[in-house]
Ligand binder design. Structure first.
Ligand code: 16G
Ligand code: ZN
Length: 556
């Protein structure tokens, strides 16, 4: 049957990529939208096959996140609501680039040896979402065609189920949604296991219910202006506002950069990526009073950073600061409940050195009741999520604002049991676990969690900003012939090849007070990234510049 499927992919799908290759990278496939027609069709096939294999729903989100409007891409959501397992990323890459039937069919057989037996009588369901890009409806349609090709009964070609009456492959199209909403829908659908995808209203309701518990009888009137990067966040923010007001919760999210008008404006001079990288105000900031609070989402609303204006500057509360806020809050709750749970804080090498020291000191302060550690993993949410699974409670955030808090099943049951006994701290922990997206970083969930923690703990943005002061830092990129010639340790803090490069970095760092610097090949762009941090901004800049020059070795 893999042969019949391969032949259908080639016959029914758009022409194969020629002269170019594409890789399922850190966050799925991403490229200029013109290059993606065949890729998207095949993403549909891969998703359908994954659903067939796991007997669960999976998802596909058509988006290129914070990339420019002309790009697009896709992320496959695995059956547990998280990101696709690594082996299937490799499969997706192989299938997307395959040009002939024999290769395609043997690729299917080698990555999914049970395909032929499972296809008979099997069925698949894929939850599909897309962002607001101009190219997204067409590309989502191609994903759909790819999925349906797997379950096609017509044309005399038996692919899955001609004799067995299976249902083939189905699509549940959510239309324009945020990336985390696709993750949520897949997770909840598989938890219920009745073959139905719950309506998205459930997403908003879950948040509202959790907020009610967390706020208790506290009357609130909190407003955040939300920069939606001219992307999907705007719609979700509006829906959330409606649900919050139906429940008389005094939180209001006032969206700006909502994407009406020019589609080219997506992520342009606005959104989380712009604010976090440039530390400059985004475009479209509404005229507001001095004490206004702001947040910026990225184009598909899986990242958030918080900020406020001081004079005409922007004070940034990035992913590290959000992790710090949640960690302090969780430590207090764990102290109060005496639940003896482990708390892991997971960062990447981009986490500011001051944040790492701060987190370690918080954990040290609470060591009587909390076993904790701060760990550093490679860039990309899947690495952070994976590491966070090692703890009862895992707080993971990238400095760029992508992250969440996850609770293990055993932690959930301990918390639930204690909260049934009436323990207030456990009840709060339980509600916090229900508020925050358990599957993936979610700008909207994270922002609501930030708002509620600030509110119930009585912390101002200025106090939160004062948790620690960031060391001055800079990130630059260097273009090289082959970025893959640079290999790093698992946590990306050190280069292992070429060895001379790490020696040069060490030599440059040793001259600098509070200096730290690392070099890694980008997972999303054809470049090498350099991050430097030091006691002073000029020194950090000089460190990055010196190391940048070292990278342009003749061998690279
Ligand atoms: C992707 C990742 C993001 C990471 C970034 C690094 C996901 C969903 N997204 O956007 O987490 O920070 O890549 O890009 O994992 P780089 O490898 O080009 O520096
Ligand atoms: Zn994103």
């Amino acid at each position: 049957m893999s042969k019949a499927l391969a032949s259908a992919i080639l016959q029914k799908g758009p022409p194969a990529l020629s002269g170019k290759t594409i890789t399922y990278g850190t966050a799925g496939f991403r490229a200029n939208a013109d290059m993606l027609e065949c890729v998207m069709f095949r993403v549909g096939v891969v998703a359908a096959l994954r659903s067939l294999q796991t007997h669960k729903m999976v998802g596909v989100m058509v988006t290129a996140s914070h990339n420019p409007a002309a790009d697009n891409g896709s992320k496959i959501v695995d059956q547990d609501g998280g990101m696709l397992v690594h082996e299937w990323e490799v499969f997706a890459t192989r299938l997307a680039n395959s040009t002939d039937e024999a290769d395609m069919s043997s690729t299917i057989d080698s990555f999914y040896p049970d395909f032929n037996s499972q296809a008979a009588g099997g069925s698949a369901t894929v939850v599909l979402g897309r962002d607001t890009r101009v190219s997204s409806p067409k590309l989502a349609e191609l994903v759909k065609q790819g999925i349906l090709t797997c379950g096609d009964r017509g044309g005399g070609v038996c692919r899955w189920h001609d004799t067995c009456g299976g249902e083939g492959a189905k699509v549940v199209d959510l239309g324009i949604v945020t990336t985390p909403q696709v993750h949520w829908a897949v997770l909840r659908a598989n938890q219920k296991g009745d073959g139905q995808v719950p309506p998205l209203q459930g997403y908003y309701e879950e948040h509202a219910q959790a907020l009610k518990v967390l706020l208790g009888s506290k009357q609130t009137n909190v407003k955040f202006h939300v920069d939606c990067a001219n992307g999907v966040g705007a719609k979700a923010v509006e829906e959330m506002n409606k649900t919050l007001s139906e429940h008389s919760i005094g939180f209001s999210l006032v969206p700006f950069n909502v994407g009406d008008g020019d589609p080219e404006l997506l992520n342009e001079g606005c959104g989380a990526e712009h604010v976090q990288k440039s530390r400059k105000l985004p475009s479209g900031v509404p005229a507001s009073g001095g004490n206004d609070k702001f947040a910026s989402f990225d184009g598909d609303a899986d990242r958030v950073v918080v900020w406020y204006k001081k004079d005409s500057n922007l004070v940034l509360l990035d992913g590290d600061k959000i992790a710090a806020l949640f960690s302090v809050y969780l430590c207090h709750l764990l102290d109060a409940s005496k639940l003896k749970l482990s708390l892991g804080i997971v960062q990447t090498a981009y986490a500011n050195g001051s944040s790492t020291s701060f987190m370690s000191s918080v954990l040290a302060k609470h060591k009587e009741n909390v076993t904790g550690e701060v760990s550093c993993v490679a860039t990309g949410v899947k690495h952070l999520h994976h590491q966070a699974l090692h703890y009862d409670i895992g707080v993971y955030f990238e400095a760029n604002g992508h992250g969440t808090v996850i609770f293990s099943d055993s932690a959930r049951s301990k918390i639930e049991e204690r909260s049934r006994g009436g323990d207030a701290a456990a009840q709060t922990l339980h509600a916090f676990a229900s508020l925050i997206n358990p599957a993936i970083g979610d700008a909207l969930s994270d922002l609501l969690a930030v708002m509620v923690v600030l509110e119930v703990e009585g912390i101002s943005l200025e106090q939160w900003a004062g948790y620690y002061e960031d060391l001055p830092s800079i990130m630059t990129k260097v273009l090289v012939k082959d970025r893959n010639a640079i290999k790093t340790t698992k946590d990306e803090q050190r280069v292992t090849e070429p060895k001379e490069l790490q020696d040069a970095v060490d030599a440059a760092v040793s001259k600098v007070e509070q200096g730290r610097c690392f070099v890694r090949p980008s997972g999303t762009e054809d470049c090498v990234r350099v991050y430097a941090e030091a006691g002073k901004q000029e020194t950090a800049n000089k460190l990055a510049e010196d190391v940048g020059t070292d990278i342009t070795f003749p061998s690279l």
